[in-house]
Design a protein around this ligand. Structure first.
Ligand code: ADP
Ligand code: MG
Length: 263
């Protein structure tokens, strides 16, 4: 990668080139190329089963990709043997561990530790993984909880919270590790509509602070409001992408049908 272009404010945080992934005979990701710059908010939309979660899971190394390249801030997690869509060769474990610290991930179903308090859920990884000073981690966790309207829930357990509150804790937990880029996979789809708004408001706050985010979502109005770019995925391919205005004005019938169904 070009080192000089990595230092600016618009430096590329995420680089995906020709990503391929199959499960058995099912070619789920065909040839996905995508780059995300510092401060950009990219929404990923598309029908169920089109490969959106697989894309996020490969990008965050929860799944290994078969072919193509994946890089964070100019450091390759894996590189295709031919620099194109050829077989992906992963970097050393030590390198991958370092890269892991550049991103955070929020799932649809919150995935909080049920036997930890809210505060411990948020401060645990900074203390254990980043070896942050416990008191400092606690203060930072409390600040995040306060920002997300959860200050009075620090000592509660996840089961005592609503789904919307749990999801806000998940976002706080991911942010506690100070990722450069935050991935969210349908963060509101397990929530009732009235709780969805609370989580979307938290994400809007982060957007206003220029947090770099890649968000898989079915909330088209939200995507239209916060995204710099929207990507439409179908059958494991990026069928259309552009600014919200461009995407919503797409002349592709499949895109319009999809938007029509959700609006
Ligand atoms: P989306 O998130 O867009 O709904 P997914 O990425 O979850 O789509 O799934 C895309 C396709 O990959 C589906 O056909 C799904 O059945 C398949 N798939 C996803 N994960 C696995 C897996 N671990 N094993 C086998 N097939 C999978
Ligand atoms: Mg999914």
């Amino acid at each position: 990668m070009n080192e000089t272009s990595q230092n600016g404010k618009d430096r590329e945080l995420l680089t995906i080139r020709h990503m391929r992934k199959a499960f058995g005979d099912n070619q789920v990701l065909k040839d996905i190329s995508l780059s995300v710059r510092n401060g950009e908010i990219v929404s990923v939309i598309g029908p169920s089963g089109s490969g959106k979660s697989t894309l996020l899971r490969c990008a965050t190394m929860l799944e290994t990709m078969d072919g193509g390249s994946l890089g964070y801030s100019g450091v390759w997690a894996c590189e295709a043997v031919d620099g194109q869509g050829g077989d992906a060769v992963y970097a050393s474990q030590a390198q991958l561990q370092k890269i892991h610290r550049s991103f955070g991930l929020v799932f649809q179903n919150f995935n909080l530790f049920p036997h930890y308090s809210v505060l411990k859920n948020v401060m645990d990884a900074p203390v254990r993984v980043l070896k942050q000073d416990r008191e400092q981690a606690k203060q930072e966790a409390l600040k995040l909880l306060e920002q997300f309207g959860l200050a009075d829930k620090a000592d509660a357990y996840p089961c005592e919270l609503s789904g919307g509150q749990q999801q806000r804790v998940s976002v706080a937990r991911a942010l506690a590790l100070k990722p450069e880029i935050l991935f969210l996979d349908e963060p509101t789809s397990a929530l009732d509509p009235e709780l969805t708004a609370d989580v979307l408001n938290v994400l809007k706050q982060l957007a206003a602070q220029h947090m770099t985010m890649v968000i898989v979502t079915h909330e088209l109005e939200f995507a239209r409001e916060v995204s710099d770019r929207i990507i439409f995925v179908e059958n494991g391919e990026i069928v259309e992408q552009g600014t919200p205005e461009q995407l919503f004005a797409s002349d592709k019938q499949r895109v319009q049908e999809f938007i029509g169904k959700l609006s």
